[in-house]
Ligand binder design. Structure first.
Ligand SMILES: O=C(O)CCC(=O)C(=O)O
Ligand SMILES: [Fe+2]
Length: 267
């Protein structure tokens, strides 16, 4: 399993941007079987129960989310024994146009030092014109009331799934996102699974490259929408990085967190 864990640099990217993309995560033949199952998607399973016992076995989707590379990803972000929370086979039919659609999933969730993850599997080639899911990287620290952001369109930094079959995105549930128009005649599917951690999300990834300069670089990334708020975003990211990497004094750049935490009365 350890060879499939995220590196510290990848983890820093996840903390800063709220998502990671993995091509060739699920083999093509398994993708085809997954697509068949998605077309007959069943309703919720037992929400809040252990993923391993709840997630069906003997099915293509059961197998896909148990692939060692997927398990390594899950383990790095929410630990080895996550809970099943939600799944959905998202469909945008061929020729369906989408208007303003930006939202945050789930319910308002302001918990500190905590995040749920969503795995999005694209079971078929999803070119730009097919309208793969869009995300606004870095928005996971901007908690809103689910759909109150629907009026925002064309935000700077927007990315969208434009990928080959078997690509999986993993994202923090709080990232702002939505569905895009499908300009083709073919239906577009995306299968989403949400998981909760059962332990503090600390030191779960491969820490070998913790001191690599790429970590600070990833944490500092500017996605394009932050503008003058960038340093405040950075502070939120450093706060989460301290927690996930178990480095309570970690700081960055001009050491913004130190400034807030320094107290002459206590010195
Ligand atoms: O269909 C899509 O691409 C986006 C669906 C969505 O909002 C979601 O996965 O939560
Ligand atoms: Fe959504």
């Amino acid at each position: 399993m350890s060879e499939h864990l995220l590196s510290a640099t990848q983890m820093a990217q996840f903390v800063a941007s709220g998502y990671l993309k993995f091509e060739d995560m699920v083999p093509r033949d398994l993708c085809e079987a997954c697509l068949d199952e998605m077309q007959n998607n069943r309703g919720y399973l037992a929400v809040g129960t252990p993923f391993e016992t709840t997630w069906p076995k003997g099915t293509a989707l059961g197998q896909a989310f148990r692939l060692p590379q997927v398990q390594g990803l899950i383990q790095s972000l929410v630990g080895p024994d996550p809970l099943y929370d939600h799944h959905a086979a998202h469909l945008v039919k061929g020729g369906v146009m989408k208007g303003p659609d930006m939202h945050q999933d789930s319910v308002i969730d302001f918990r500190e030092n905590y995040y749920d993850i969503q795995l999005s599997l694209f079971p078929a080639d999803t070119p730009d014109e097919m309208g793969g899911t869009f995300l606004i990287p870095g928005t996971q620290f901007r908690n809103v009331r689910t759909s109150e952001i629907t009026m925002y369109q064309h935000m700077r930094g927007k990315i969208w799934a434009n990928c080959t079959a078997g690509t999986m995105y993993v994202w923090n549930t709080r990232v702002w996102h939505g569905a895009r128009s499908n300009h083709t005649e073919k239906d577009r599917y995306m299968y989403k699974l949400r998981l909760n951690p059962t332990q503090p999300q600390t030191r779960l990834f491969d820490m070998t490259d913790l001191d690599n300069a790429d970590v600070a670089k990833a944490l500092s990334h500017n996605h394009g929408w932050e503008g003058n708020e960038h340093r405040y975003e950075l502070m939120r990211r450093v706060q989460l990085w301290r927690f996930v990497s178990d480095q309570p004094d970690y700081d960055i750049g001009e050491r913004f967190l130190r400034r807030r935490e320094y107290n002459p009365a206590a010195a």
